[in-house]
Design a protein around this ligand. Structure first.
Ligand code: KMH
Ligand code: ZN
Length: 270
């Protein structure tokens, strides 16, 4: 089995300091959290920027600062969000693509997102994908339910999305697909041969789905964007604490953890 790529989703757009006192918010804090996760075994960070008040922002300059401050510390793969927060416009959301990162997320459809709607029309998905193609940015295809995989496959047939594709199954979002093992298996069985995949489980689904991914040959995303607890009732002390646990379990199970350069080779990054 190829080595495990651990992605650390450090901040997200929804979590607050009130909920998670150790949440990194400023570019310095996010870069330091990225470095600690790198030391713990992560080869990629999924990044959401925050403004000076701690609110989610898709501002190019803030993402640039995070990217540069992280790169000064380590060679971890920088993957900005183009999902942003549910209330961001498509134009706002696209800004970090212009940093020409190795990867960026690309959400493959619309779903309810707790009390909000996470809107991704096909027209906008095409616009995001075309710009990523122009710059050679590999999309991580965020699929919140199985129909979004079907959309990706349809777009791949038209050449809008390049193969081999890399999927992120985001399971357990209130309003979209659940995060039971059968849900993950259905998603894994539904992607084209030769694709790679990772899984993000929300809340209590994070750890079991990460462990399932280790067993199934997928990859794992962990961090505060998806879950703020180490275990039930115990707030995690850092993103790195969550990464360290996944790295430890994977190695115990006989699966080595990828370095950033090994992850680049697995994912075919530029
Ligand atoms: N914050 C969610 C509405 C992504 O990063 O690409 C969208 C999200 C997906 O987190
Ligand atoms: Zn995200």
């Amino acid at each position: 089995m190829e080595k495990l790529i651990i992605t650390a989703c450090l901040t997200g757009a929804e979590v607050t300091r009130e909920q998670q006192p150790n949440l990194p918010l400023t570019p310095d804090e996010i870069a330091e959290a990225a470095y600690q996760c790198y030391l713990a075994g992560a080869s990629m960070i999924h990044v959401h920027a925050r403004d000076a008040e701690g609110n989610p922002t898709q501002d190019y300059a803030v993402y640039k600062e995070i990217k540069e401050k992280t790169a000064a510390k380590c060679n971890i793969i920088f993957q900005p969000s183009t999902g942003g927060a549910t209330w961001h416009t498509p134009e706002q959301r696209m800004q970090p693509i212009e940093l020409n990162p190795e990867m960026a997320t690309l959400s493959m459809g619309t779903c309810n997102f707790a009390d909000d709607v996470f809107m991704n029309t096909e027209a906008n998905i095409r616009i995001f994908a075309n710009r990523m193609n122009e710059l050679g940015v590999k999309p991580e295809l965020e699929c919140f339910e199985k129909g979004m995989i079907d959309t990706a496959v349809r777009m791949a047939k038209k050449g809008i999305i390049k193969s081999p594709m890399h999927f992120d199954f985001v399971l357990g979002v209130p309003g979209a697909m659940g995060g039971e093992l059968r849900d993950l298996l259905y998603m894994v069985e539904s992607i084209p041969a030769g694709s790679t995949w990772t899984v993000a489980g929300v809340g209590r689904y994070q750890l079991p789905l990460n462990i399932a991914a280790i067993m199934l040959g997928g990859h794992a995303r962990t961090g505060f964007e998806d879950n703020i607890y180490y275990k039930k009732g115990e707030i995690a002390t850092s993103n790195a604490q969550l990464v360290e646990r996944i790295a430890r379990i994977s190695k115990e199970m006989g699966r080595e953890v990828a370095t950033p350069d090994e992850a680049r080779a697995i994912l075919g990054l530029k």
